[in-house]
Design a binder for this molecule. Structure first.
Ligand SMILES: [Zn+2]
Length: 225
């Protein structure tokens, strides 16, 4: 049986990583490891790892790298050797990338490709700035330029639309700054290892997916059907 691909999907907030990860999971039959989903799982279930993370959060502190690394690597190592996976939202800094490499190397595994979905800052600001959520049913909405979010209502339930605090212009600027300073250096790490591929994220979801698949098909492994 062909071995599953081991991938990292990399890119700034708003580049469409989550959407692409789900498409790749379905097409390649590999496990999607979303750091956000994993955190929510551990916190929600109150697992030992979740409780460790919560201690810091309760004190209003950032969850330290070592806890994040344990949460993700615990999942990565639970995946059978021949099965592939796609990491989304991890690694976020060079230290995390090194720890991931260490545990994979210990089992003679390595990453096949790190896919960087690149997108310009103005385009990111435009996309995230137009992202609104229904206060009542939580369904996502897009409010285009020139449209008034206060006048628009949820098309599912008629509820009021609001923007997540994280997505407001000042917070977004900070997120992009943190990404550029802490996360971008991870690209250099993977470029040196020869596994980095660059894809433009400024196309439609389908087009971006097609480009990623073309790169992956060029890998030695074949797509499972
Ligand atoms: Zn609604």
């Amino acid at each position: 049986m062909a071995q599953g691909l081991r991938l990292v999907l990399f890119g700034p907030p708003g580049a469409g990583k989550g959407t692409q990860a789900q498409l790749l999971r379905d097409r390649l039959k590999i496990t999607h490891i979303s750091s956000g989903d994993l955190f929510r799982h551990h916190l929600g279930q109150g697992t030992p790892l979740g409780l460790r993370a919560k201690e810091y959060m309760n004190r209003g502190e950032l969850v330290p790298d070592e806890v994040t690394i344990d949460i993700i690597l615990d999942k990565v190592m639970s995946i059978p050797d021949d099965d592939g996976f796609i990491l989304d939202g991890f690694p976020r800094n060079p230290n995390q990338a090194q720890e991931l490499e260490k545990v994979l190397a210990a089992e003679s595994r390595n990453l096949d490709k790190v896919v960087h979905i690149d997108i310009s800052e103005p385009e990111l600001a435009r996309r995230i700035g137009s992202r609104y959520i229904c206060r009542a049913c939580q369904s996502p909405h897009t409010v285009g330029e020139g449209e008034d979010a206060n006048a628009k209502r949820c098309d599912q339930c008629g509820g009021e639309l609001y923007q997540r605090e994280d997505d407001a212009p000042a917070a977004l600027k900070k997120r992009i700054q943190v990404y550029n300073e802490e996360t971008m250096p991870v690209l250099g790490f993977y470029r040196e290892r020869g596994v980095l591929v660059e894809i433009s994220g400024e196309n439609t979801v389908d087009e971006v997916n097609k480009q990623i698949m073309a790169v992956l098909n060029a890998c030695t492994h074949s797509e499972k059907t």
